[in-house]
Design a protein around this ligand. Structure first.
Ligand code: FAD
Length: 452
């Protein structure tokens, strides 16, 4: 058993943990990063599957994500824009694919008016929310006690409008059924991206990618830490007191003045805390859970949809794959589509055989792009639900009422233990940008305490 003494032990080598470790090391503190997996990056993983480079986890960067944009630039990485020339496709309740441009789906004028009016109202509500303190809004308790679905249905009886408004924060972001999280949680999701309109604007929220893959961010951050990153070291026990922390992993023990838990909050209970965490943390952590989405990659010999004047951008709240995009790599002659299957639909298709699931998902993509979509040369499903050290995708959120009840305590430290990850962020919530912000914040708090 290796034994180390450091100023700070960081549990988790995702974007949050590696950012914190770099900040602390730059400030002169010694660190050790313990990572359960045999690789760094956590929910960022760029891999080559059957000759195709795929972004198995996070990939897109939007223009408001300053923390990520600065990090990407500082690491010397290049970005490129998502392909978006041509028409988008929408499949309505009649199952017919319709082309459109801009953000408004090609629905009836009545439904369009309802969507526009509720979007305006949502933007006004979101503007009142501080993403770092949504619980501080005067209506926080009220907005946290009604589900996103129930609130939308109370605004209109136009089902198509409700489904289209719901999925921007539902299937597309929190990846949970819209009856299972609150209006407040939905407003936080939108506030974290600047507005509800930003979330429905694919050109904004899915703007750019990193040439060579977004996992380079954690890989390069880890490189700077050299021998201070330890792989295949799941931390099992954290022994703590006001005097410091001992983190016990499978092959090593690190004694430190401070710890940063840089893992998703649904995984905190995997660790034995001695003494037990306070009552509030015990309760709070049981109200945060991971959403679930399958990210589907289909690679073709060429981006055939572009020949039909299609951008590759496709949406439908009625389809198995509720959204899909052109995800062709920079400089690649082949064409890649990425589609998403969310929450209960994802559960349903995982009850099928792999062959049947593939067939169903490709059938859904063919409703947007035509029969050629059914024959990719490479097909791959990112299944983060079966990853022991994540257990879902994209990120974690509170159940109904949890955000108002516990949110203010989410980032509070417990003695020498600090918490950091994208799931705790305000701005950049659930995104790599939020992970970096939370990593910086935890490092800053520790530096202040260390100097006090
Ligand atoms: P993580 O990346 O989860 O890192 C936590 C680390 O802790 C992991 O490496 C884990 O292995 C480790 N760990 C867990 N338990 C232990 C333990 N006991 N001991 C030691 N180590 C432990 N974001 C975007 O910005 N843009 C996108 O396009 C985007 N798309 C996404 C698509 C998918 C399919 C997924 C899954 C996520 C996506 N996200 C996206 C979200 C983004 O990837 C995450 O929010 C972000 O990477 C989380 O970083 P993190 O460091 O907070 O947590």
């Amino acid at each position: 058993m290796v034994e180390l003494n450091r100023d700070v032990v960081i549990v988790g080598a995702g974007a949050a943990g590696l950012t914190a470790a770099n900040e602390l090391k730059k400030a002169g503190l010694s660190v050790a990063v313990l990572e359960a997996r045999d690789r760094v990056g956590g929910r960022l993983h760029t891999d080559v599957i059957e000759g195709a480079m795929l972004e198995i986890g996070g990939q897109w960067v939007s223009p408001d994500q300053d923390a990520l944009i600065d990090t990407v630039a500082e690491l010397g990485l290049e970005t490129f824009s998502r392909y978006r020339d041509g028409d988008s496709v929408y499949v309505g309740p009649d199952g017919v694919a319709k082309r459109f441009t801009g953000e408004m789906f090609p629905v009836s004028p009545e439904t369009e008016a309802v969507i526009a009016e509720i979007t305006e109202r949502l933007d006004a509500m979101v503007a009142e929310i501080d993403p770092d303190r949504p619980w501080a809004h005067e209506k926080a308790a009220e907005w946290d006690s009604i589900s996103w679905d129930a609130w939308l249905r109370a605004q209109t009886d136009d089902d198509e409008a409700v489904r289209n408004l719901a999925f921007a924060t539902g299937s597309a972001m929190l990846t949970k059924p819209t009856h299972s999280f609150s209006l407040l949680q939905s407003l936080l999701m939108a506030a974290s991206a600047g507005s509800y309109s930003h979330l429905v604007d694919a050109d904004f929220i899915l703007d750019k990618r990193v040439v060579g893959g977004l996992q380079q961010v954690p890989l390069l951050l880890a490189e700077r830490l050299g021998d201070d990153v330890f792989l295949e070291q799941p931390v099992r026990t954290i022994d703590y007191s006001d005097g410091g922390v001992t983190a016990i992993a499978d092959g090593m023990t690190v004694r430190a003045r401070f710890a940063i838990l840089a893992l998703a909050p649904n995984l905190y209970p995997r660790i034995s805390f001695v003494p037990a965490l306070p009552r509030l943390q015990h309760q709070m952590h049981q109200h945060i859970s991971m959403g679930f989405v399958i990210k589907v990659h289909a690679v073709y010999d060429r981006p055939f949809w572009r020949e039909q004047g299609l951008s590759g951008t496709a949406f439908s709240p009625y389809e198995l794959s509720h959204e899909a995009y052109d995800n062709t790599n920079h400089g690649d002659e082949r064409g890649t589509l990425v589609g998403f299957v969310s929450d209960q639909r994802a559960d349903d298709v995982f009850r099928l055989s792999a062959e049947e699931r593939k067939e169903r998902i490709l059938e859904s993509l063919s409703h947007y792009y035509g029969p050629e979509a059914k024959n990719p040369i490479v097909y791959y499903e990112s299944d983060w639900g079966s990853e022991e050290w994540t257990r879902g995708a994209y990120a974690a959120s509170f159940d109904l009422g949890g955000l108002h009840r516990y949110g203010a305590d989410l980032r509070s430290s417990v003695g020498p233990i600090h918490f950091a990850c994208s799931d705790l962020a305000g701005a950049g919530y659930q995104h790599v940008d939020g992970a970096i912000r939370m990593g910086r914040l935890a490092a800053e708090q520790i530096l202040q305490e260390a100097r006090a």
